[in-house]
Design a protein around this ligand. Structure first.
Ligand code: NAD
Length: 246
């Protein structure tokens, strides 16, 4: 076993200015990859890249925008010469009951998660097909497996990402491009800090491991899927939820 799992490879992570995306970028970098951190928050992406150090680039990108995502892939190849790993991680929530959720809340969540993941999958796989290898990782959620009240938009999008992952995996397998998904449970980030504390505590109490997860614990699953340790896995969905909703 080589010591550095991703030596000489390039990984792109969307939504990497903070939270899970930043933790994924940090861990892939620790294992030898050059990393491109992309985020709607361009200054945040650049600051995050600076905090990682050499072999880290921060780029502004809106994953809902076709030319922005294509630009991200083109810029990555131009600056690092390759693209081996693409993590579709950018995300938003607009939680509300059906009585209160607006069409704008629904459309935004669909655009960021579904169109965004699809644009990343399409643009990254075009480069990887030609190279004859690659690993694409899509961030779903246990909310897409079980459905959460107040998240009819988000649960639908995250379930849709599972279908997209499996369809993409079947299309790309013969080109040695793997597509897998991760379903995190309750992870401590800005996204969950926005939850009412009593809802967070209630969800945490229902987890068999009796605690929320840390972003670095999701990153471990991403490193596994990014590396050759998972070379015979495609179309898989890894649950990282402390036993929740198993
Ligand atoms: P976060 O809010 O900390 O980070 C999300 C990042 O995505 C932010 O930096 C934000 O600027 C960026 N972003 C939003 N819209 C964007 C766009 N259009 N283009 C580019 N970047 C955009 O959230 P997080 O908790 O780190 O979540 C990361 C991913 O993990 C998301 O897909 C989320 O749905 C998923 N997830 C999180 C949890 C959790 O408990 N935190 C659980 C399951 C799944």
């Amino acid at each position: 076993m080589t010591e550095l799992l991703l030596e000489g490879r390039t990984a792109v992570v969307t939504g990497a200015a903070g939270g899970i995306g930043l933790a994924v970028a940090q861990l892939l970098h620790e294992h030898g990859a050059a990393v491109v951190l992309a985020d709607l928050n361009e200054a945040g992406a650049q600051a995050a890249a600076t905090s990682i150090g050499d072999r880290a680039i921060g780029i502004g990108c809106d994953v809902t925008d076709e030319s922005s995502v294509q630009g991200l892939v083109d810029e990555t190849v131009r600056r690092t010469g390759r693209l081996d790993v693409f993590v579709n991680n950018a995300g938003v929530t607009r939680d509300a009951s059906l009585r209160k959720m607006t069409v704008a809340d629904f459309d935004l969540v669909m655009a960021v998660h579904l169109r965004g993941t699809w644009l990343g999958l399409r643009a990254a796989s075009a480069v990887m097909r030609d190279a004859g290898s690659g690993s694409i990782i899509n961030m779903s959620s246990l909310s897409g497996k079980s459905g959460n009240p107040g998240q009819t938009n988000y649960s639908a999008a995250k379930a849709g990402i599972v279908g997209m992952t499996k369809a993409g995996a079947k299309e790309l397998a013969h080109k040695n491009v793997r597509v897998n998904a991760i379903q995190p449970g309750l992870i401590r980030t800005a996204m969950t800090e926005a939850m009412p504390p009593e809802v967070f505590a209630e969800r945490e109490a229902a987890i068999p491991m009796k605690r929320a997860g840390e972003a670095a614990e999701v990153a471990g699953a991403a490193l596994f899927l990014a590396s050759d340790l998972s070379s015979y896995m495609t179309g898989a969905v890894l649950e990282v939820g402390g036993g929740r909703l198993m």
